[in-house]
Structure formats: C-alpha cells, structure tokens
Design a protein around this ligand. Structure first.
Ligand SMILES: [Zn+2]
Length: 64
C-alpha cells in the first residue's frame, strides 16, 4: 500500500514525514514524535484539531 508520507512534511520540523502518529505526520526524530504527542493533547486530541477546522484525514481521502 502506498503511504505517500513523503508528500507530507513533518508537522514539527518540516522534513519529509515518515510516520503518521498522534494524528500528525512526523519524521523519525524522537523530539518530533514527542512534540506531536504533546500537541495532540492526549485522548480526543484529534477531535480538537477537527474543532479548530483542521483536516484530520488527508485531503486526497476526503474526496468522493
Ligand atoms: Zn520532524
């Protein structure tokens, strides 16, 4: 399955992402992963993103 992660920058440092965890694309840098975990804000964090009007799924998958 194509992941296409390279098309998404790390949300913390801007380098090509390698992981999609804690509702965020991040690279393999542990500091970025930790930052994503904190940014997510624990359980329900992705709903917070949704409440802020940010997409919680890739745009490509949001199309019919
Ligand atoms: Zn990063």
């Amino acid at each position: 399955m194509e992941t296409g992660f390279e098309e998404y920058p790390c949300e913390i440092c801007g380098k090509p992402s390698k992981n999609f965890i804690f509702a965020a694309h991040v690279c393999n840098d542990p500091e970025c992963i930790e930052a994503a975990r904190i940014a997510r804000g624990g359980p329900g964090g992705h709903m917070k993103r949704k409440a802020e009007g940010k997409p919680i799924i890739p745009v490509e998958l949001d199309r019919d």
